[in-house]
Design a protein around this ligand. Structure first.
Ligand code: C2E
Ligand code: MG
Ligand code: MG
Ligand code: MG
Length: 294
């Protein structure tokens, strides 16, 4: 506060009151998030992921929302940073894992046995030894086949040291759990980790996909990412696909999978089921032999 103080008592008070407001907001959100966990105010929405070679729905990504009383549906960008700073992301992430695995098992039982459930993990969760236990318990309680669980990590997990991470990922990999690098290309890490970490998929950040047709540089970056994935034997998914033009460009470049508003926004579980049923009936029109979940 010293520089603010130097500008006189008035600016000091102004600065301090701004800081108090930010602090109060943080504390307020943190307390409310505590209650949210206890009172079941968290919900998962699910966004379909499509295979671009076959056209089939191959998975869904679980995306967290907070049904905050008196406020409405709060997107994760507005509360996950607070959850991470306060450590609440640990119990919250545990709930997400359990709920997503339970929902995946329900989808399998409802007639879509091949769907993969993708779950986002925060770098903070990797600092706790409990994470592996949480994953194991979510699988155990739901009965979900580990090969149908995909864990998404961002390059920020690499900041906490690679060797411990390498071991965790190897153990998960040995169980058949799928691993994806989320927001690929937006982190500050190099690429060398791809040689050492056992991952299955790269998810191209939607920032590169957004102006794919108009921005030659982004197009070159996306093309390079797809080639990189292919030469490492990894699947590659494009995030944030919003129109047919982007989709066509991605297909031409050999991208494997896509998700985005062009297909569907993240949907509550019941709506996802309706959407999947619709997708099945569309597939049946063009293909009498049935669909992948047949
Ligand atoms: P993400 O994992 O990269 O998820 C993709 C985000 O892009 C989601 O935002 C999704 O709704 C949005 N999106 C998908 N398709 C489109 C599109 O076509 N256009 C546009 N403009 N946006 C699209 P959302 O749901 O707000 O989530 C934001 C971020 O919050 C996620 O980014 C992820 O990093 C984090 N997050 C969400 N759920 C969880 C969770 O359960 N745990 C953790 N640790 N983080 C989560
Ligand atoms: Mg994600
Ligand atoms: Mg992403
Ligand atoms: Mg993200």
């Amino acid at each position: 506060l010293s520089w603010a103080k130097a500008e006189g008592p008035h600016s000091y008070r102004f600065f301090e009151s701004n800081m108090n407001a930010a602090l109060l907001r943080f504390v307020d959100t943190r307390e409310a998030l505590h209650r949210a966990l206890e009172h079941d105010e968290l919900v998962l929405h699910y966004q379909p992921q499509l295979d671009l070679h076959s056209g089939w729905v191959v998975g869904v990504e679980a995306l967290l929302r907070w049904q905050r009383p008196g406020v409405g549906l709060v997107p994760p960008g507005e509360f996950i940073p607070v959850a991470e700073e306060s450590g609440l992301i640990v119990p919250m992430g545990r709930w997400v894992l359990a709920e997503a695995c339970r929902q995946a098992a329900a989808l399998h039982a409802a007639g879509w046995p091949a769907l993969t459930m993708a779950v986002n993990l925060s770098a903070i969760q990797f600092r706790q030894r409990r994470l592996e236990v949480d994953v194991a318990m979510a699988l155990e309680a739901s009965g979900l086949d580990p090969r149908r669980l995909e864990l998404e990590l961002t390059e920020s997990v690499l900041l906490h040291g690679e060797s411990a991470l390498q071991q965790i990922l190897s153990r998960w990999s040995a169980q058949g759990i799928q691993l994806a690098i989320d927001d690929f290309g937006t982190g500050y890490s190099g690429l060398a980790y791809l040689k050492r970490l056992r991952v299955n998929k790269l998810k191209i950040d939607r920032g590169f996909v957004a102006d794919l047709q108009t921005d030659a540089e982004n197009r070159a970056i996306v093309q390079a990412m797809i080639q990189l994935a292919q030469s490492f034997g990894l699947k590659v998914l494009a995030e944030g696909v919003e129109d047919a033009g982007q989709l066509q460009a991605l297909q031409q470049m050999g991208c494997d999978q896509a998700q985005g508003h062009f297909y569907a926004e993240p949907l509550p579980a019941a709506e996802l089921m309706r959407w999947l049923r619709q997708a099945d009936s569309c597939a049946d029109v063009g293909n009498d032999t049935g669909n992948e979940s047949g």
